[in-house]
Design a protein around this ligand. Sequence first.
Ligand SMILES: CC(=O)SCCNC(=O)CCNC(=O)[C@H](O)C(C)(C)COP(=O)(O)OP(=O)(O)OC[C@H]1O[C@@H](n2cnc3c(N)ncnc32)[C@H](O)[C@@H]1OP(=O)(O)O
Ligand SMILES: CC(C)C(=O)C(=O)O
Ligand SMILES: [Mg+2]
Length: 558
Amino acid sequence: MKGDLISMNSEKYKRQYFMPPEECLDWARKEYITKAPDWCSVDLRDGNQALIIPMSLDEKVEFFKYLVKVGFKEIEVGFPAASETEYTFLRTLIEQDLIPDDVTIQVLTQAREHIIKRTFEALKGAKRAIVHVYNSTSLAQREQVFKKSKEEILKIATDGAKLLKKLADETEGNFQFEYSPESFTGTEVEYALEVCNAVLDIWKPSPDWKVIINLPVTVQLSMTHVYASQIEYMSKHMKYRDSVVLSIHPHNDRGCGVADTELALLAGADRVEGTLFGNGERTGNVDIVTVALNMYSHGVDPNLDFSNLPELTKNYERLTRMNVYERQPYSGKLVFAAFSGSHQDAIAKGMHWIDDRHPDYWSVPYLPIDPKDIGREYESDVIRINSQSGKGGIGYVLEENFGFHIPGKMREDVGYTVKDVSDKQHRELVPKDILDVFKTVYVNISSPIALKECHFIQKDGGIEAEISLEKSGVDKLYHGRGNGRLDAVSNALQRHSDLDYSIVSYQEHALTVGSNSKACSYVAIQKPNGTVVWGAGIHEDIITASVLALISAVNRIQ
Ligand SMILES: CC(=O)SCCNC(=O)CCNC(=O)[C@H](O)C(C)(C)COP(=O)(O)OP(=O)(O)OC[C@H]1O[C@@H](n2cnc3c(N)ncnc32)[C@H](O)[C@@H]1OP(=O)(O)O
Ligand SMILES: CC(C)C(=O)C(=O)O
Ligand SMILES: [Mg+2]
């Protein structure tokens, strides 16, 4: 029942897409994408046309170079008839010989005579180019924008195709053609096929001169399986199929750009047009970084190099004035970050498992790929500490950054201490903060008792300790005897005070990070009521480190 306050009304909507006329579900039986498609970046065209401030000439040149560096072999560089900058950019690429031999540029034009002519003018001197022509074919565009019949819309496409052929014949250069029935997802599938086949009949492609037919998700109107079925239908029924590169161009209106791309590849698509980080009209074009790295995580080489994704992200943000969302797959600042304790624990154990067993494949819980492969750092990107964190993650930070191998039981104690600081201060703690907390609370604690000196002699099969301690500004000597040095010191301490405890844990190791000449010891003492208190000591001398750890624990009792 609709209440007075509800102003949304789903009844005003109906589905605007068209299912293919026969069942097309072969794609559903395929499990994963087994080889990289041909990639075409449309950052400099579709991405650029969606920016608040389109890129300047210099910015486009710089962006083009990054796309080449990433490994794109086809790059849609613009809509040369759109503006002076677009035109000049294309001329700059050609005249300054900025296009590598293994890269083909692509330009977009509407199927309108003067725009196609202007496009060919802009292409003069290009050794090679893909000329991409489009017109809208959807029911909505036919009825509302063009007010033309199906036959008239088909004629726009075929007239455009004829003009491309004519001008390409008259212009020096190696031209490949691409046709897009724009707004394909709102077009009756059989009609889209008829238009594409009519264009192909004009171009008459061959295996040596293939034509690209691009079936865009201009606007995402359906669930992903519908698009997959549409692509499968088009692939099965398209004429000259062996001479056609079947391309897709998903947008992301329903948030399914990546899913559409992946299922369309299963359904027979050969080529993907998209952008870095999913920039593009409205909700964007498909994010090629995500599709490529999804493939990579399945063990398939995407043929694109994202090994320094943080740098690419930074340059992209600078040049487009857009922000990459923190949770954008692979590239977002937080996408490898684990704040929560159980995730951190599993990641830390997984990383040790990888290190210890040296497996030749990656498998770490919560990390679908190795962050290092794309230039991310475990230390700063993965384990991040706040009040949701746990002993595993906090111990991992202290170990990886500062070399402390804190005993398992002590980790729990340190974990609660550290997360409590984050909780009270209501902020994330960086590794240096965590080190500060650890040192302030546990290490070389010298109040109320401070160690001044300590000497040992071996006597009558045991060890005698003489320790000089300062308490309340007064130095005093204490003597004790035990089986070992620590035992002797502990007995000295207990004989001359009202302290009552027993040592229940002792561990030590060399500190290999930061200072390689120091040792760290950890001591746990237990009071008669069962309470366990930990202390740590750091010193050049391993014995002194252990005495400092004991005194730290004793001081923490008081
Ligand atoms: C889905 C996409 O991303 S498609 C790419 C869209 N990108 C852009 O449009 C960016 C660049 N575009 C431009 O700079 C301009 O639109 C231009 C230079 C191409 C054309 O500008 P203008 O001549 O001012 O016309 P405008 O863009 O308003 O186009 C409207 C006319 O083109 C027609 N038209 C639009 N697309 C097409 C097409 N693909 N084929 C044929 N005619 C078309 C419209 O029906 C309309 O015709 P009308 O004048 O008879 O009413
Ligand atoms: C020009 C076409 C391919 C386009 O950008 C779209 O349909 O989204
Ligand atoms: Mg588009």
